[in-house]
Design a protein. Sequence first.
Length: 348
Amino acid sequence: MKQKKILLSSFEFHPSIGGLETSSLFLASGFAERGYDVTVLTSTPGETTGYPYKVVRRPDLWTRLRLFREADIVWQNHISLRNLWPLLFFPRPLVFMHHISLRQLDDIKPHLGSLKLLVCRIGRNVFVSKKLRDDAGLPGRIVPNTYDDSTFRTIPGIERDRDIVFLGRLRRYKGADLLVDAVAGLAAEGIKAKTTVIGLGQEEASLKAQAVAAGVSELIDFAGPRRGEELARLLHRHRILVIPSRVEEAFGIVALEALACGCVVVAADSGALPDVVGPCGRIFPKDDSKALTAILKELLLDPNKIEALRKHIPSQLAKFDKATILDECEAVIADTIRGSLAGKPQTA
């Protein structure tokens, strides 16, 4: 049987850091391991060697056209309009895997999200959460994200000598300032919570200034970006991961990574986060630092409550098994190609 050629379009890709980039790495590697001829098309600069598949970064017009002509199927890991126009010349079976709310995009760039939703009707749609599918109002299969269980795992011999960790972009919508407020609130009640903030972003300077003004700068370590084994080992030193997002999160891979390293998760009531966290953590109202402070106080003062939440981690992680999710993605590929050959609508 001819080896199927997948053109995986991911506007952002490794070495950039984020949930979309993590998902694209997983899909590209997983498809390659299962015998597909995979090419990643991305606008992120970086090396093109060292991957078990081809990576093409910022191609010129003719290279872009050639990639579409050679593909058997195009898989867009979130929709990018600039990487769709070659289909006008070389129509191909098309999958959109959604990781971001397009309706929320209209709040930032008016009408762009609505345009993308309209374009999505030319392909088969896959959503990483029910919340995201409901938000889009489009038919499609739900295939959740997974995590790298070879990296994020139980690592013997690492002492949990720190209390709270944040992992994500340092942007206002990610809510790290709410955690700084909570650390200050805990300190005011005599609870010195050793906290680590992992990530980069334009809010870093203001967050550091906020910590100084609140008198908790000595409690908060701004660790910068971490990845891979180094990140896993750092997560392992903490008891609680906090995800204080102000926006409706479509999924939350960082929650899975932290759970796999033995952290329980305290997350905002944001999008799909309650479903991803499940019984392994606690949920607080969005943008409510006082509620966050109260939950953290309760858990830090009673380690037995942390242990009770931690017992649910294996069964929760089993819902996001890599092999099962790859099986689901392969089924999408087969259905999309079969539907294209039969002339059926791609959204069926």
